[in-house]
Design a protein around this ligand. Structure first.
Ligand SMILES: Cc1ncc(COP(=O)(O)O)c(C=O)c1O
Length: 372
């Protein structure tokens, strides 16, 4: 019996349980040795000098933006993203400038959608590796280099993916990742940033904990006796429990990403055979972490009815994303035709590493029935 098919499920098991118990029994539960170990493992995975654990992906974005000192500048980003990418920019004092996606079948910002928005006030471009893809990253990196702009990746969807030109998260000055419950690497709540730049790392680390020059753990170990406060920071630290879950879950990431890629191949084949009117964005062979599996419904489809019918048949769906430039807080009369077309027709089907082929078959069958 397949039963209800949720949008995602965790891959946690005894390993995460053991990791949490170990921390609880050690009686050191705030940021400390597990966080340091987690950060070393993350830096190794991406082949970068520095990784910094944070309390959330939003915290990692805020620290990335603050450490680049974007205050007062314009920053170009997609509207097709989770609102945190833009909210953190406002908190960092920058002005978000929304770029359109390249096309509904390549829903990423690209050099051709970003370049016309560059002004003398532009400081940075934020690339979101939507659904795990990075197809336009190399051209955006080249554009940023040519125009003297900083490049940030919001790589929350792209844990541990190798693109032909490098690992996700390593194209710009700094990258932020979310490890929220439904991500390929999951700690429930949490995040991290990675960088090769010592100064960005040093600033982000200071601001993560009140601008203090040492942590409780470092003072306990006797590495520092006192602390000074040299910047106005916040508490954006991860706990040892998050870090321990992250360390356990990180071991599963290659398998998780691999399974997702296989399931997406199956989805693509079945959809092409069974419902050829449905469009699957992105080139079939592009590398991705496959964080989500978004499709485009045929034009004129009543998406609300399709979602309700699917739910009644036990299949949950979602929408990634309502465009940020249309939220009341961001509304300015701007139109982004491709983003709006994509956002009005997209539907996210269930996907997680342990989903299994039977459930993929069932989702396609239910979608076909719901489309009538
Ligand atoms: C693209 C993107 N950016 C930022 C975030 C925010 O991360 P968090 O929820 O961990 O703060 C998310 C997570 O949902 C995301 O998907």
């Amino acid at each position: 019996m397949i039963g209800v098919i949720p949008l995602y499920d965790l891959n946690w098991d005894d390993e995460e349980e053991r990791a949490v118990l170990e921390v609880l029994r050690s009686r050191w539960v705030s940021m400390g040795p597990k966080t340091e170990e987690y950060e070393r493992a993350l830096a190794r995975l991406y082949g970068v000098e520095y990784a910094l654990g944070t309390s959330s992906g939003t915290a990692a974005l805020l620290l990335a933006y603050l450490s680049l000192d974007l205050k007062g500048g314009e920053v170009i980003l997609p509207s097709l993203t989770f609102v945190a990418t833009a909210n953190a920019l406002l908190f960092a004092g920058a002005k978000p400038v929304f770029a359109d996606i390249d096309s509904p079948t390549l829903p990423l910002i690209s050099a051709s959608t970003v370049e016309p928005l560059i002004t003398e006030r532009t400081r940075a471009v934020v690339f979101v590796n939507y659904a795990g893809y990075g197809d336009t990253l190399p051209e955006l990196k080249a554009l940023c280099e040519e125009r003297g702009l900083l490049l940030v990746e919001d790589a929350s969807h792209a844990h541990g993916v190798a693109y032909p030109e490098g690992m996700a998260g390593t194209f710009g000055e700094v990258a932020a990742f979310s490890t929220f419950a439904n991500k390929n690497l999951s700690t429930g709540e949490g995040g991290y940033l990675i960088t090769r730049d010592e100064e960005i790392y040093r600033r982000a680390k200071l601001l993560r904990s009140h601008g203090m020059t040492s942590s409780s753990w470092e003072r306990l170990k006797g590495e520092e006796e006192f602390y000074d406060v040299v910047a106005v920071g916040l508490n954006l630290r991860p706990s040892e429990i998050q870090a321990a879950i992250g360390l356990a879950n990180l071991k599963k990431l290659p398998h998780e990403n691999g399974r997702r890629a296989e399931l997406v191949r199956l989805y693509r084949r079945l959809l092409a055979e069974e419902i050829p009117d449905v469009v699957v964005p992105f080139p079939e062979d592009s590398p991705s972490a496959h964080y989500i599996f978004p499709i485009l419904l045929p034009e004129g489809t009543d998406r609300g009815t399709v979602r309700r019918r699917m739910r009644e048949m036990g299949v949950y769906t979602s929408i990634h994303y309502p465009p940020v430039h249309r939220f009341r807080t961001y509304e300015s009369g701007l139109t982004l035709p491709n983003t709006e077309d994509y956002a009005s027709r997209t539907l996210t089907l269930p996907l997680w590493g342990g989903m299994g082929t039977e459930r993929v078959l069932r989702v396609v069958e239910v979608l076909k029935a719901a489309l009538g």
